[in-house]
Design a protein around this ligand. Structure first.
Ligand SMILES: Cc1ncc(COP(=O)(O)O)c(C=O)c1O
Length: 475
């Protein structure tokens, strides 16, 4: 029976299929969760028939909800899933189970946070406060956004307005703005600067030290020289966990420089900031509370499904001064602000629900334990690789949970080609999923631990697979 035959009433309702469809979806989710409990011995690839289906034209009439769900499950099951415990590529999120349920609820109610949504708006606010408290940042306000890229851009808009008051209305005029970040800062900073009309040529790449952290003395010199030439510093972006190797810039020393010159300090903690909540890494983030703004992606190392990032500022007015509007169709209730008055997006889903429910169900301490576990896994892999002949690691321990390593067999002349081939071999083997990164012209494997499902045994198996495939390539 097709879906249209099985229902009565309005178009687009699930009709008689509804309850069965919900049960069926729950079964599919449970099957997936059980499957994610352990790594797969090989990746499943899409069948020929599925590939054919994925090239079919738009259906004129529908199929049953059950059949549609089964097809969707087949697509997902033959896709790369970051939820799997040995998905260690890029910086993954891991589909936290309670977060996935929260998304189902949030999307079913489909609350819009553009204006006031009553209890949901209070929850949104509470979650932001909790997140600030968890990380050690005195949040004066902010918003959940779709990702670190948008969070960084949102903070930089506020910074631009503070450095060049009125630029929101007047443009940049004759000002010659500059922004500072380390050479290893995420490229979303440059993209943001391009969008803000500042131009990425005006982003200063501040030199880094031997552990790839921004050098505050060099920053100070650059700022002094730029100001003497009539340039206007807009912001310094320090990274709390670089994407390349997880380096944490020295926030306190950078805050000293920013304070001296009155420059906005933004911390891009999209990846690494959750480590600030752990006992073992809190000190690496000292000075965080002095920042003007921070970005944090809960969809990275807080494990919830995408998309759930947050931008927070110490002074909420810094956002209001750039985003608030008076429009005929967006009523203001007296002096009360609408959410759209302090963030860029208008229609906005209740992203906070997944983090709120996760904090409610697991509590802050369980999050700390999971993050600590990932930190320990990184140290373990670093130690194991150090003790394995024919492999190189960075000449310092991982600051967070990224562990660059590379095969360096004696007889191989082109190590970059070899490590690229090794990464390809690992990806097609499927027992572990890794990505590569180029560090100072060298190709490295770049495992990153941000998954609550990863175990110590997975760390051992990861290195075993790398060693086995290295041997195979050498022969
Ligand atoms: C340090 C840092 N900032 C920003 C981003 C961009 O985040 P998103 O992908 O959520 O836009 C990333 C992504 O990996 C990152 O590592």
């Amino acid at each position: 029976m097709s879906n249209s035959e099985s229902k009565r009433g309005n178009p687009l309702t699930l009709g008689a299929d509804r309850e069965a469809a919900l049960h069926h979806a729950a079964q599919i989710v449970l099957r997936a969760w059980k499957d994610f409990d352990h790594a797969r011995e090989e990746e499943h690839v899409p069948s020929e028939s599925l590939i054919t289906r994925l090239h079919e034209p738009l259906p004129k009439s529908g199929m049953s909800a059950m059949a549609g769900l089964d097809l969707a499950a087949e697509v997902l099951d033959t896709s790369l899933a970051q939820s799997r415990p040995r998905y260690l590529a890029y910086i993954g999120s891991s589909g936290l189970e309670i977060g996935a349920l929260a998304d189902l609820l949030a999307h079913s109610y489909d609350v819009n946070l553009a204006l006031d949504a009553r209890a949901a708006s209070l929850m949104d606010h509470q979650t932001l406060q909790w997140l600030g408290e968890f990380l050690g940042f005195p949040s004066g306000g902010g918003a959940f956004t779709s990702g670190g890229t948008i969070s960084n851009i949102t903070a930089l808009v506020a910074a631009r307005e503070r450095a060049i008051p009125g630029s929101r209305f007047n443009g940049l005029g004759n000002a010659k703005p500059v922004v500072y970040c380390s050479a290893d800062a995420h490229y979303s900073v440059r993209r943001g600067i391009e969008l803000l009309g500042i131009g990425s040529r005006n982003v200063r790449s501040v030199p880094i030290d031997s552990e790839r952290r921004l050098a505050p003395a060099a920053l100070r010199e650059m700022i002094t020289s730029d100001i003497s030439e009539g340039l206007t510093p807009i912001a310094v972006v320090a990274t709390g966990g670089t994407t390349l190797i997880g380096a944490v810039d020295p926030i306190d020393a950078i805050a000293d420089v920013c304070e001296e010159f009155g420059i906005w300090l933004h911390i891009d903690g999209a990846y690494g900031l959750p480590a600030a909540a752990t006992q073992e890494r809190a000190s690496a983030f000292s000075g965080l509370a002095r920042a003007d703004s921070i970005s944090i992606d809960a969809h990275k190392w807080m494990y919830v499904p995408k998309a759930c990032s947050a931008v927070m500022v110490r002074d909420r007015n810094s956002l209001v001064s750039v985003f608030s509007h008076e429009e005929a169709y967006i009523p203001h209730d007296g002096a009360l602000l609408n959410a759209v008055d302090y963030t860029l997006e208008y229609s906005r889903p209740l992203r906070a629900l997944k983090l709120w429910l996760a904090f409610m169900v697991h509590g802050a301490d369980e999050f700390r334990s999971a993050i600590s576990q990932n930190l320990q896994q990184a140290q373990l892999l670093h130690d194991l690789a150090t003790a394995t002949p024919g492999f190189a690691v960075m000449p310092f321990r991982p600051a967070l949970s990224i562990v660059p390593l590379r095969a360096v067999p004696e007889e191989v002349a082109d190590l970059n080609a070899f490590n690229t081939a090794l990464c390809d071999a690992i990806q097609s083997d499927g027992r572990v999923y890794l990505s590569q990164a180029v560090i100072d012209g060298e190709v490295w494997l770049r495992p990153c631990f941000t998954n609550f499902r990863t175990t110590e045994a997975d760390v051992h198996e990861t290195l075993a697979v790398i060693v086995e495939l290295t041997k195979a390539l050498r022969s």
